[in-house]
Design a protein around this ligand. Structure first.
Ligand SMILES: [Zn+2]
Length: 234
């Protein structure tokens, strides 16, 4: 059972469920507000609950408004791609034999496919191309920062991650970078690479880690804030 309650300027969707307590939820991507309520509860009680939570709700909504939603790698549209901050159109060229691939020349992306290539297969080609491009850039950055920091990274990979931009396995000297970083300006990729490499010296994000970041990447606080305006759509 669903209904909508209006509270001042807010629209709240109420879902009645077989539960004992009220439960409030705000969707991270859209700011939609939901309250799950017990079937038997009077609407008055629900409004009281929303009233009590109003400040929390508004705080959360403010944060969501600051964010820019980036599209996920599983594309719904195959018309264009975001590549390191540029929006590039995809042109399709039909070929009659393999290999099928995507190629960039300047600002033009051309997808070479057969007339019966499925959309899933097209997405796979795009994903592979994204991965290769990101791997190449990460390689260049790691080379650069290995010299500056005087350390060696043994292995790096790109991964689809839902909650993190990168991870570092310190003992294995291995770095994983979120594939989504291929879509936003390169400066953020560099920040994430430096951040993960700094973990080789310091595991946490405490004072020592921050001191090192101040040395290697003095603008890191700004980049961190900016980066967190991009959210990873699930
Ligand atoms: Zn970290």
């Amino acid at each position: 059972m669903k209904s909508i309650i209006k509270f001042k300027d807010l629209k709240i969707e109420i879902k009645r469920k077989r539960i004992k307590n009220l439960y409030l939820k705000i969707k991270n991507t859209t700011g939609d507000i939901f309250v799950h309520a017990p079937i038997w509860m009077k609407e008055e009680k629900i409004v009281q609950f929303i009233h009590k939570k109003e400040n929390w709700i508004r705080g959360k909504l403010d944060k969501i408004e600051d964010k820019t939603i980036i599209e996920k790698v599983n594309l719904d549209s195959l018309d264009y791609l975001y590549v390191f901050g540029d929006k590039l159109e995809i042109n399709i060229k039909y070929v009659d034999k393999n290999p099928l691939y995507l190629k960039r020349r300047g600002d033009i992306l051309t997808l070479y496919i057969k007339s019966d290539t499925s959309q899933n297969r097209q997405r796979e080609i795009i994903r592979t191309w994204y991965r290769e491009n990101l791997m190449k850039e990460i390689g260049v950055l790691i080379d650069k920062w290995e010299k500056i920091m005087n350390i060696q990274i043994k292995e790096f990979r790109t991964k689809s991650m839902k909650t993190r931009w990168g991870t570092c396995n310190i003992s294995k000297r291995r770095i994983w970078i979120n594939l989504e970083l291929v879509k936003i300006p390169k400066e953020y990729l560099e920040y994430v690479v430096v951040h993960e490499m700094t973990h080789i010296f310091e595991s946490g994000h405490g004072v020592e880690f921050q001191k090192l970041m101040d040395i290697y990447y003095p603008n890191w606080r700004v980049k961190d804030l900016e980066l967190n305006r991009y959210i990873i759509e699930k």
